[in-house]
Ligand binder design. Sequence first.
Ligand code: BTN
Length: 255
Amino acid sequence: MFNIEDFDIKLETKYIGRHFLYSEEVDSTNSYLLNDKKKLENGTVLLSEFQSAGKGRLSRSWYSNKLQNLTFSILLNEKLDKLNPNHINLAASLAVAHSIENLYQLKTDLKWPNDVLIKNKKVSGILLESNSSGSKLDSIVIGIGLNANQHRFEGEYRIQPTSLKFEVKREISRERLLSEVLNNFEEILYGLKSNTKKMLDDWRDKCRMIGEHISIEINGELKGGIFYDIDANGFMILKDGDKLEKITNGDISVR
Ligand code: BTN
């Protein structure tokens, strides 16, 4: 079981995770927070030990063994006018990567837009969803699946999964890990407002695919080129010959 006291003692944030919801099972922590009618506090975190309908990017599902990993979502519903959801997406993957490196001295790699890899295997995936009225964002939900103690992954995966326990060969404290991710996420979010460039540069530094020949699948269509850079909005710039193209979503793989 997740020990909320152990988690709380290491939480150093001002608002992210200060209101903490814990559940044994929900359909999806993202859906729960997106459908919030109670006007939960800004920064509320919902952790669930099991999701019966966990969602992944591009309408895929996210399956995670009960009680072994971290499947949680963070709700942001205040002062969103100055925030760019694409930046938050990248910031969340950076926070997860920093946390893994700080706590376990493992080298991580970021795969655009927001997968966290260890030795080319996926340890974490992020799904950002939002509610808006017209052009105004009402809430943003950042859902993070982070494989902590799962040892076996059955079924078919586009990218081979791994877990922290598998990589470091010892049991992972999920409480310490979650507090670290939230601490880092809040710190990066604060920095983002005054210095977006730093976050983008930190993200670039951790993405080994930049400069590589890649393939990208967009709505079933495959494109190839060089992963040239990410732009100021966090979109991928694909270079094909002399042509530069902005890619807003898709699944990339190295050719
Ligand atoms: C991906 O890599 O495709 C994104 C996976 C995101 C999974 C997390 S688990 C917590 C949150 N709730 C969901 O239903 N999905 C996200």
